[in-house]
Design a protein around this ligand. Structure first.
Ligand code: PMP
Length: 283
């Protein structure tokens, strides 16, 4: 397979890994995951914009502009013969002798790869729904940055899996924030609710698109924090992410337990979301 290294697409296995890269030492870097449908990246501009914002928030310098990243992404897709799959792009602050203090304008290190994904595998959980595990959000206070520091998310996901759940639902002092790698929505009396795009959650590209679709089609949306009690009393619950699209939640486990039906609002948004993918990535 072929991978991204700086502004080149090269054979995998040939990337020099430097142990003094600040990505390894401090998790000092950012990333994006873009889905590929029909060999086309979906929402590339939106993902790149968030990548730039993450870079800016961490005082990381961007070595290339959007057209270069776009070209490299297309090359990753074509050289790896990806029809449906995902692209991972990461950028660390670069290589320097270990010191918490970073110097400005270091040479960022860009790497990336592509993987084929079977759409059948995500279709299954979208049809049947997933189980989720309620857990405390122990992460830092800049979850708006898509940084490489994901230990809180990683620990939440492992805990969820240990209870036979596909995703965690995290809460801070009884306020639901987001999943370990997804945003969380509830439906109550026909109205959608999801945590506002503050420092406590990642403003998901899928989240933003689902909110837009809902508003455009007359489904009321409140970008308001909601409590664990509201989660328990919701009519429908679903998660959104690049790799899971719109996936219904049928069970909550953990300190509180609840079951949900896959409801009409979730099903409609799932369908509308698929429609947008189709429109934007058909030949
Ligand atoms: N929150 C977190 C913590 C995530 O890791 C992700 C997925 N990267 C999301 C939300 C969903 O974001 P997106 O829709 O852009 O994939």
């Amino acid at each position: 397979s072929y991978v991204l290294y700086h502004d080149q697409i090269i054979k995998s296995g040939s990337i020099p890994v430097d142990p003094e890269d600040r990505g390894y030492l401090f998790g000092d870097g950012i990333y994006e995951v873009v889905f590929v449908y029909n060999s086309k990246p979906f929402g590339f501009a939106e993902h790149f914009e968030r990548f730039e914002q993450s870079a800016q928030k961490l005082d990381l310098s961007m070595p290339y502009d959007i057209s270069t990243f776009n070209k490299l992404t297309d090359e990753l897709i074509s050289k790896n013969n990806i029809v449906n799959g995902m692209i991972y792009i990461q950028m660390t602050r670069g290589v320097a002798p270990r010191n918490h203090l970073y110097e400005r304008n270091m040479q960022s290190v860009v790497t990336g790869f592509a993987k084929s994904v079977s759409l059948d595998s995500i279709a299954a959980s979208q049809t049947s729904g997933i189980q989720t595990y309620l857990t405390e959000d122990i992460r830092w206070l800049r979850c708006d940055i898509k940084s490489l520091n994901l230990l809180g998310n990683v620990m939440a996901k492992r805990k969820a899996a240990d209870y036979d759940c596909q995703e965690a639902i995290q809460h801070r002092d009884g306020t639901v924030t987001e999943g370990s790698s997804s945003n969380v929505f509830i439906v109550k009396d026909g109205t959608l609710k999801t945590h506002p795009a503050t420092n406590l959650v990642l403003n998901g590209i899928t989240r933003q698109l689902v909110i837009k679709i809902a508003k455009d089609t007359g489904v009321p949306v409140l970008e308001e924090a909601f409590s664990v009690e509201e989660l328990l009393n919701a009519d429908e619950v679903f998660i959104t992410s690049t790799t899971m699209e719109v996936t219904p939640v049928i069970k909550l486990l953990g300190t509180r337990v609840q079951s949900y039906k896959i409801g009409p609002v979730t099903t409609k948004l799932q369908k509308d979301f698929k429609q947008v993918i189709e429109e934007k990535t058909s030949a």
